[in-house]
Ligand binder design. Sequence first.
Ligand code: NG6
Ligand code: CA
Length: 496
Amino acid sequence: MKYLKVLLVFFIFFGCNREVAIRKPNVIIIYADDLGYGDVSAYGLGKLQTPNIDLLANNGSRFTSGYSSSATCSPSRYALMTGTYPWRNKRAKILTGANLIIDSLEMTLPKMLKEEGYQTAIVGKWHLGLGNSKIDYNQRISPGPNEVGFDYSYIMPDTQDRVPTVYMENGRVKNLDPNDPIEVSFEENFEGQPTGRENPELLSMKWHHGHDGTIVNGISRIGFMKGGEKAKWRDVDMADEFLNQAKNYIDQAKEKPFFLYYALQQPHVPRTPHPRFVGTSTMGPRGDAILEADWCIGQLYAHLKQNNLLENTLIILSSDNGPVLNDGYYDEAVEKLGEHTPAGNFRGGKYSLYEAGTRVPLLTYWKDQIKPSVSDQMVSQIDFLNSIASLIGSEIRTKDGMDLADVLFQNEGVGREEFILEAQTKTAFRRKNWVLIPPYSGPQKNSFVNIELGNAPEYQLFNLEEDSSQQNNLAQSHPEQLKIMIDRYQTILNSN
Ligand code: NG6
Ligand code: CA
């Protein structure tokens, strides 16, 4: 009996440990905001140097055909969290003070991981909405990240350029003084509150389009906010704040498998690198913010290393959409760009149906498990849920995502054959090397941000193999291929 007990203890101890080591790695998703394909130096196209991202890229799998689901933030995050195409959800578009767009019954990546015994946390940008009726920032707001699978949440509710400019921890505004309640409106200003439109003399960074509401830290935002003085973040400290929260979380979670969704705010506007990064890039705040993000990633990596966690941690890094230079503030992103090419050699950018809208840096790193490799297999963030589920032995699968665990984590197998991409509720279709963009009304270019959107009165058909920058529309000259693409695209759109 005694021996049996010893044997049992031995089995549980080593059995579990083995499981932890082989089947249940910690999972960290590092998700940048508006980082372009050419912004990462491992991709070899731009002029910025991102040594810490490169270290992961060069020692893991770097994907050259990796996609976000969408060319904007909230839809991409929705797809990342749910493994579901965002165009199936009418509310999955850029959110401003909106309610939660994930249904409480929907499967999510953190829910799946929780079912497999993981601890789960988000630190950083959420932008998937909060609550299900009028939001009162002076109460605990539910549902939010904690109600769709995260044990712990430390978030910026929407974006850095939207009010309220406060952190929220587990559904509550951090550092809120009950005697100074927060009021928020996206319709009208509160009496006596300076705004970017009326008080430009108070601004340290001027707005170019939009962003003319309440001024916080010398920067005017989208929307109006009153109160909550003590709770307001300092923009220049945001990177350090999220990094420290991420490290703290790792420290307290590291004994058991954990999932950390580290959603960086850079290089989204307003770009506010900490003073120690100002001037490090020669490209103004946008470049400096990317170098700051790169530094944060290096610090996180060093922290994992110090804690002997690298062998047992899968790191995935990507971006929610393609790059933009002028996204609403005068911050010299255009003027100081020089020879740098944030979109690589792809056409378009953030908001665009062309490749640069959704073709983003995407890499996986797992020390001693993923061999250094460059893969041209097509993969999407929408596949992360199913692929991670497959890796850790969960049976859960969502409908639109694929199980690409072999491709993403083993340097083996084949990726997607086809994928519907989305930009501001419009969709396009990639199949093998072909891309179909259906006719859409609307401007050819968003002249504020200076990005071609992909709208055209006729079908556009591109062959990426010979024309990766989408210059030659083959719709007229390749009618059979056009028909194949339209038929297949319609079939997927009509599937439910
Ligand atoms: C747009 C904002 C833009 C950015 C974007 C969301 C204006 C004129 N533009 O509405 O600055 O905030 O929303 O970006 O207000 S995203 O990466 O979160 O999708
Ligand atoms: Ca974004």
